[in-house]
Design a protein around this ligand. Sequence first.
Ligand SMILES: O=C(O)CCC(=O)C(=O)O
Ligand SMILES: [Fe+2]
Length: 333
Amino acid sequence: MDADAVDVLRRRARALRRAIPGRYDDLRALARGFQLDEVTPDALARAMIECSRASSDAAREIDALARALPSEAHRARLRRALGGGVETTGTTGCSSETRRAREVKAETLAPGLVCLRKFMTVERQRWLADESFRLGESVDVQQGFFERSSDGAAKLNQGSRGRMILTPEAFPGDALREMCAEAVRAAQKVDDAMPDMNPTTCLVNFYKDGAEFKWHKDSEDPKLVKSRAGPPIVSFSVGMSADFGYKYSFEDPTHEVVRLNSGDVLLFGGPSRMIVHSVLNVHPGSMPGHLRGKMLNGRLNVTVRDIGEGVIDTSQFPAYRVSYDGVPAEGNV
Ligand SMILES: O=C(O)CCC(=O)C(=O)O
Ligand SMILES: [Fe+2]
């Protein structure tokens, strides 16, 4: 490396130290460890994303750090974990999307089953990603996406998927409740069969590309299993696109598929509350530019639920176990 290049690196390192004074040493140690293959790309990416939230200067310097790693193989692994670089623009100011009217399209797929296309603005998608990863990215919080494997490395708590079970209050302010209420209102405009709901619970899933979710019903409340009037599950998707399969009985050999893209909201309630559903695949390469470097490369799904009088057994986390009147419900996944 020539003297000028070394000088540039030194200046950038100083700028990074100024931008994240409290975290610089940690981040540098992780970046070193990553280059020695002692730290996973996800662990470094998580720390970079967290530090880049500090300011646009921090985001710019961290992006430069990612590009400056000497080995192309390491740069490529880190890019994959980040879904691209760390975004340096758009952390402040108004995106073009908030200036122009958004085109939200409501698709009624069946009575009680509605997909609201591009319902979430870019800002809301980033907010949901930020808050979900703030809650879920540390390995050492019990209710996060990650757990430690026997060798001490972080891994998603459900294999290629990580899950958190939260209440809507875990998200700051009333934003999630408001988004939910707005989504229900929008769905009710196009579908008379869509009931009201009162958010009590959120299940947050993070999928790496290629991850799946097996066929299941969200059947926590035994009273609803036979009813055709249950409050909707309101499901927010952010990040990579996925194919969501659904059908009305486990025995049906055929199924329908709806592609869920970043910003879409799917509601299933009333006659469709008990659909049998599955995440069939998460499409590699479909990470939208506005989320690159804002969350780990993958797909985030937040289902907001109304589980009525159900009580969640938090000691079973990350398994989702709900009881009604002291009796554990069947078929929770
Ligand atoms: O990720 C999705 O779109 C669906 C998640 C789901 O089915 C669940 O959390 O029960
Ligand atoms: Fe589900």
